[in-house]
Unconditional design. Structure first.
Length: 225
């Protein structure tokens, strides 16, 4: 009875640095007042101002969405009497045109009682860069398997299995901190433009392949027939 063919298991990996595809910016505007109605009114006005700013950059924005509205009372010490109300509303913005990103962030930060965080550089889910890294990792794994086979005088016969290695696949995600309040941003508005350099995203892929090989011809041993 013939014995099963020898098997080789090899790991492959690939690391690529690619430009980001999306910049994520978080915008939050706040309001404070003695009553809930005035806080909601101010939030509505400031939210409308932010929306108007975003409208001016519509061609550069892929998507924008409200991330949360918060209104809460501040009570006086040792009692339940309300001293003031605080409120805030957040917006997440996905930007694809990085040439106007700095200007957009300065404009947003110039709004009253508004905080801007970001940009967070990202790749799109299912980015082509990921597929290219995985293919490169498979090529690397097969090349290693062929080297192992060649070292014992054999060749790859059939591919049995491909699966993710221990590290699997990792897409780049790089934050860049930027936060400004209204007063500081208004001063910056009259100065030079804010030039942001997109940071390269690191994409890693690891795979493991299992292959069968032809019968080894080890030195000093006759080839079986």
């Amino acid at each position: 009875m013939d014995s099963p063919p020898p098997v080789v298991v090899a790991r492959g990996e690939a690391v690529r640095e690619v430009p980001p595809e999306i910049a994520v910016v978080h915008v939050r505007t706040a309001a404070k007042g003695r009553d809930r109605e005035s806080v909601l009114e101010r939030l509505t006005e400031r939210s409308a101002a932010i929306a108007a700013t975003l409208d001016g950059f519509a061609a550069a924005i892929e998507r924008r969405e409200t991330t949360g509205l918060h209104v809460h009372p501040q009570t006086k010490r040792r009692g339940e009497e309300v001293a003031a109300y605080h409120g805030s509303i957040g917006t997440q913005v996905l930007v694809t045109d990085f040439t106007v990103l700095g200007d957009l962030m300065l404009r947003l930060a110039a709004e009253e009682l508004t905080t801007v965080d970001g940009p967070w550089w990202q790749l799109r889910p299912g980015s082509r860069a990921g597929a290219e890294a995985r293919r490169a990792a498979i090529t690397d794994a097969l090349s290693r398997a062929a080297e192992y086979a060649s070292a014992v005088g054999a060749e790859i016969a059939e591919l049995v299995e491909i699966n993710d290695g221990p590290g699997g696949f990792d897409e780049g995600y790089t934050p860049m901190a930027f936060a400004a309040g209204g007063a500081r941003a208004r001063g910056a508005e009259s100065g030079p433009a804010l030039d942001l350099e997109p940071e390269a995203q690191t994409v890693r892929a690891q795979v493991r392949v299992t292959v069968t090989i032809s019968r080894p011809t080890l030195p000093g041993r006759p080839t079986s027939t």
